[in-house]
Design a protein around this ligand. Structure first.
Ligand code: AMP
Ligand code: TRP
Length: 339
């Protein structure tokens, strides 16, 4: 009865983003750009996790709009719907079904010690059951697809480790069923910092603060305004440097480097003798131009919604083709009468 998943030629990648998060240039340069570059080397599943987004109080109109926007942004950033399964979590019912079954083998204590749960719960008066259960839904996302690799930010590493624990426990109780996935955390280095406070990394939780982040959907004028206000230092040297007082300038130079692909000596030579005003102006233009294709493709997808609908329908069908048989197997394993 035990039939472990077949070895695949390409590793399978699964990642998800909540539609409540506004994607910023740090997400793009630190994560999504790599997904795009590696899409030929992997089997790719990229999910808009709308069911995770309702674990905190939310506004239905906003959720509806942001779900479509995030899917459009994935595509606008260069994820090719031919090469990647791009889909909305709630379109594939196997996620909810699998979550219930995994709930029934996950000890409560495992969930209560999740650090993200503890900090989110502390910030709320009344904690919803779904918030505690969030990591089991995430485990379901990953395990339904037998994903080998799960690229996530550092803050999600604990949830992927919990996913491994749940997979191993299920395999032990009911026989080999799940691939035990590995978290893929980007090495520090490509860490974009907040423009308002370069001592902190640019982050989704601060993205709404004025001057903190450039969002992928910002207009050219918004981009210029944010970068012109970027915090630097009182010196005047435009050099790559890890010195604490140079973090702001270094951040601007790293963004310039990532978007122009020029070498560091070339960039430093280019800025020799120029002031911070000129640096910010040039970085702003490089960002405006670098994000232009993303912005244009995003706007096209949002104004002609038929194409996006077709891509999401197709993504849901391709995801279900993997997840449906998997959830049938899971049900059979636990002893359900499967029809
Ligand atoms: P998050 O926005 O924290 O959910 O992160 C989603 C992905 O973007 C993860 O792979 C992060 O490593 C990456 N990421 C988030 N913030 C930054 C940043 N400031 N610089 C570089 N990469 C980032
Ligand atoms: N919890 C993740 C976050 O907030 C989003 C997520 C949900 C996810 N399901 C996933 C990430 C599966 C990777 C794999 O960032």
């Amino acid at each position: 009865m035990s039939n472990p998943p077949l070895r695949r030629l390409k590793p399978r990648v699964f990642s998800g983003v909540q539609p409540t998060n506004a994607l910023h240039i740090g997400n793009y340069l630190g994560a999504i750009r790599r997904w795009v570059l590696e899409q030929d080397l992997k089997e790719n599943f990229y999910c808009v996790v709308d069911m995770h987004a309702i674990t905190v109080p939310q506004d239905p109109t906003t959720l509806h709009r942001k779900t479509r926007e995030l899917a459009a942004l994935y595509i606008a950033c260069g994820l090719d719907p031919q090469k990647c399964v791009i889909f909305v979590q709630s379109h594939v019912r196997a996620h909810a079904e699998c979550c219930w079954i995994l709930n029934c083998i996950t000890p409560l204590g495992w969930l209560e010690r999740m650090t993200q749960y503890k900090s989110k719960a502390a910030a709320q008066e009344s904690v919803l059951t779904g918030l505690l259960d969030y990591p089991v839904l995430m485990a379901s996302d990953i395990l339904l697809y037998d994903a080998d690799e799960v690229p996530v930010g550092e803050d999600q590493k604990q949830h992927v480790e919990l996913t491994r624990d749940i997979a191993q426990r299920f395999n032990m109780l009911f026989g080999d069923t799940f691939v035990v996935p590995a978290p893929i955390i980007p090495q520090s280095g490509a860490r974009i910092r907040g423009f308002d406070d370069p001592s902190k990394k640019m982050s989704k939780s601060d993205a709404a603060n004025r001057g903190h982040a450039v969002l992928l959907t910002d207009s050219p004028d918004e981009i210029r305004r944010t970068i012109k206000r970027a915090v630097t230092d009182t010196g005047r040297e435009i050099v790559f440097s890890e010195a604490p007082e140079k973090l702001g300038v270094n951040n601007l130079l790293e963004i310039y480097e990532l978007l122009t692909q020029q070498s560091r000596p070339e960039i430093e030579a280019h800025f020799t003798g120029k002031g911070y005003g000129a640096l910010k102006g040039e970085v702003a233009e490089v960002v405006v131009e670098g994000l232009r294709p993303i912005r244009e493709r995003f706007n096209a997808l949002m104004t002609e919604p038929g194409e996006l609908d077709r891509i999401l329908d197709d993504g849901a069908a391709r995801a279900a083709a993997v997840a449906e048989p998997k959830v049938q197997e899971i049900k059979r394993r636990v002893g359900f009468v499967v029809r």
